[in-house]
Each structure stands twice: as structure tokens, then as C-alpha cells.
Design a protein around this ligand. Structure first.
Ligand code: GTP
Length: 218
């Protein structure tokens, strides 16, 4: 049963967070996904930026709230509030900055300390367009992800490569994890058949002071 009958009605609400060092491209990834825009000049995130969208899986309407926070320690939002109730996370590093990859361990620890139980996590190696400056090999990151039980993808917010796929895979995985948990606790319920995910166009990106209606995603 849906939560309400308005255009905002949904069956599930997913909170997804994006974490990682400052400058790795967290806001750029979100902006590319939400509005299909990219800026070479960006300002550090202060506090939290939030984007919401809707999609349908198995005839269920899923509202996704994606939280992007500051990587810089001095702008960092209160961790426990930021992490609270999140169902999935992206940990982003910059493939040209080995230190940002090394710090993934720190982000993973902070994430695991602040969430209840297991959540789906995707490790994202961003800026894959800057090939000549690559400092982290795909193999090393993939092996790390396997050892830590994370999904792994390399993206370019600049070239719009794998951004939509990263979100689609994480949201889909989160949904099926949730359904699996429900089936385990209510064994008589049939697991629903997998159907195509439909992405809706009603995507909004909310910045600290303004709210902008966004363009169609697909
Ligand atoms: N070449 C390239 N540059 C990128 C990419 N993604 C982001 N950038 C650039 O990297 C810089 C930092 O990007 P942001 O999105 O602000 O990084 P952030 O992780 O949100 O940083 P904080 O808000 O400080 O935590 C900007 O100059 C972006 O234009 C990418 O895929 N390729």
C-alpha cells in the first residue's frame, strides 16, 4: 500500500548517502545524475545537498533521497544524523589520487560505525576520463571491493560514464535486499518477479538555499 495518494506517493523510501574525500567528485556525480550537468569549477559542499527521485520496480514506487555531504572535515555535517536510516551508500575516491583511495577504509569504518546492520555499498572510482594521471589501478580497487563485500564501478561525471548505471544498480540491489529480508521474516510471501525499472522524470535537487525542478532523466 502506498504512503499517500498524491504525486509524491511511494511504497518505499530509500536514503542513499555519498561519502568520500573532498574533491573526489561526489557533488559532480549527483549533479550529473540529477540534472545531467557538469561544472569544472565547483565549490566545496557545505553541510548537505539532497536530491530525490522516483522509480518503479516490481510495480512498487520507490522514492530515493540521495544525500551528498562535505568531504572537508570543517564542513562536515553531524555524522550520526547524516548516516541515520541510510539503506545504501556510495564511497567515492578519485582514480588519480591514491590518498583518496587509501581513505576509503576510513570512510568504510565510519559508515559501519554509524549504520545499523549491513547496508549495500558501492565503491566508486571517479574521474576515469583522466587516464594519463591514473594512480589507482582497476584491479587493486576491484580486489579491495571484493574483500570488503562492496560493489565496484569506475565513473566519469565529466563524460557521464557509468553514473546512471551506478545509481540504477545500487537502488535495484537495495530493493531486492529489502524484499529478501521481508521474505525471510514472512516466509509465505512469494518473491516478486524481476521486472524492468522505470525511472520517472520527477527529479528534484535541493541545495541549501534553493530548490530546482530537474530535467528528465531518461
Ligand atoms: N576530469 C574530471 N573532473 C571531475 C570529475 N568529477 C568531478 N570533477 C572535478 O573535481 C572537482 C571536485 O568536484 P566536486 O564534485 O566538487 O567534489 P566533492 O567530492 O563534492 O567535494 P566536496 O564538496 O569538497 O566534498 C571539480 O573541479 C570537478 O569539476 C570527473 O569525472 N572527471
Amino acid at each position: 500500500m502506498s504512503i499517500s495518494t498524491s504525486a509524491d506517493a511511494y511504497d518505499y523510501l530509500f536514503k542513499i548517502i555519498i561519502i568520500g574525500d573532498s574533491g573526489v567528485g561526489k557533488s559532480s556525480i549527483l549533479l550529473r545524475y540529477a540534472r545531467n550537468e557538469f561544472y569544472r569549477e565547483t565549490k566545496p559542499t557545505i553541510g548537505v545537498e539532497l536530491a530525490t527521485n522516483f522509480m518503479t520496480i516490481d510495480s512498487k514506487r520507490i522514492k530515493t533521497a540521495i544525500w551528498d555531504t562535505a568531504g572537508q572535515e570543517r564542513f562536515k555535517a553531524a555524522s550520526h544524523l547524516y548516516y541515520r536510516n541510510s539503506l545504501a551508500a556510495f564511497i567515492v575516491y578519485d582514480i588519480t589520487n591514491y590518498n583518496s583511495f587509501r581513505n576509503v577504509t576510513k570512510w568504510l569504518t565510519e559508515l559501519r560505525e554509524n549504520v545499523n546492520g549491513d547496508i549495500n555499498v558501492t565503491l566508486v572510482g571517479n574521474k576515469k576520463d583522466i587516464r594519463h594521471l591514473r594512480a589507482v589501478t582497476t584491479e587493486e580497487a576491484k580486489e579491495f571491493a571484493q574483500n570488503e563485500n562492496l560493489e565496484f564501478i569506475e565513473t566519469s561525471a565529466l563524460e557521464s560514464e557509468n553514473i546512471e548505471l551506478a545509481f540504477k544498480n545500487l537502488i535495484e540491489k537495495t530493493y531486492f535486499t529489502l524484499i529478501q529480508k521481508k521474505t525471510e521474516t514472512q516466509p509465505n510471501q512469494q518473491r516478486p518477479a524481476r521486472v524492468n525499472m522505470i525511472m520517472h522524470s520527477d527529479f528534484t535537487l535541493k541545495e541549501p538555499e534553493k530548490k530546482v525542478e530537474c530535467c528528465k532523466l531518461i
